[in-house]
Ligand binder design. Structure first.
Ligand code: ADP
Ligand code: MG
Ligand code: MG
Length: 211
């Protein structure tokens, strides 16, 4: 039911917060190569606060959890990535008003990607989180709607796609965000935001698989 779905979403947020904390230095190292070395700290602080806020909700249905986490990320993460992760989550959260099903999960994923694209004006190949997100969302949608896979299998495929997307950020030149200031010198570096996006998806898959 809705309450159980909401609690599952809170569990996913907690898992993400833990993973991001564990990867803090890794994300900081990636950002120090092509940015300003704050992505690990930004994300760890934001997700820790988001997990607290999600845990404190009296009625944790999927929509309110997503919106609460999004708002917290917007105010706590800062930088370029705060409004991208947070603002998109606030918008996409509305797609979960009727709970989490294969259908609403696809709508959520598509709206989230659209909002990231709108706000950041980046597309696939620009060397940002969009490079992990785009193949993940398209693969998830196709797996559910065309291949008729169950949501968990579809999510596993989406995570694989995101992983290839992260790898794709290494050889390309960044065209959006701080890394783009480096021009061709951004070539050879893995994008921090694409990497944290992958970690996020991996944790959602893990929590979904455990249920
Ligand atoms: P900042 O660059 O402001 O210090 P962070 O270090 O927290 O913010 O986040 C950097 C990440 O944000 C990048 O690795 C990239 O994935 C993502 N990013 C930056 N600008 C954009 C954009 N315009 N569109 C999409 N993603 C972006
Ligand atoms: Mg940074
Ligand atoms: Mg910064």
């Amino acid at each position: 039911d809705e309450r159980e779905d909401g609690e599952a979403v809170v569990a996913a947020v907690e898992a993400v917060a833990e993973r991001i904390e564990a990867e803090r230095d890794h994300l900081t190292d990636l950002d120090s190569a092509i940015g300003d070395a704050d992505h690990g700290g930004n994300m760890a602080r934001g997700w820790a606060k988001a997990a607290d806020a999600a845990r404190d909700l009296e009625d944790p249905n999927p929509e309110t959890v997503a919106k609460t986490v999004g708002k917290t990320l917007m105010s706590e993460v800062g930088g370029a990535s705060g409004p991208l992760f947070g603002g998109s989550l606030v918008f996409a959260g509305a797609e979960l008003a009727d709970g989490v099903t294969a259908e609403t999960a696809v709508a959520f994923a598509e709206t989230y990607l659209e909002k990231v694209e709108d706000r950041g004006d980046a597309r696939i190949g620009d060397g940002t989180m969009v490079d992990a997100l785009t193949p993940a969302v398209h693969t998830f949608k196709k797996s559910v709607e065309v291949d008729d896979l169950d949501p968990l299998e579809a999510l596993a495929k989406a995570v694989d796609a995101a992983e290839r997307g992260v790898a794709f950020t290494v050889p390309i030149r960044a065209r959006k965000g701080r890394a783009s200031y480096l021009g061709w010198r951004s070539v050879g570096h893995q994008d921090p935001g694409a990497t944290s996006t992958l970690f996020l998806l991996e944790e959602v898959l893990e929590v979904a698989a455990d249920r």
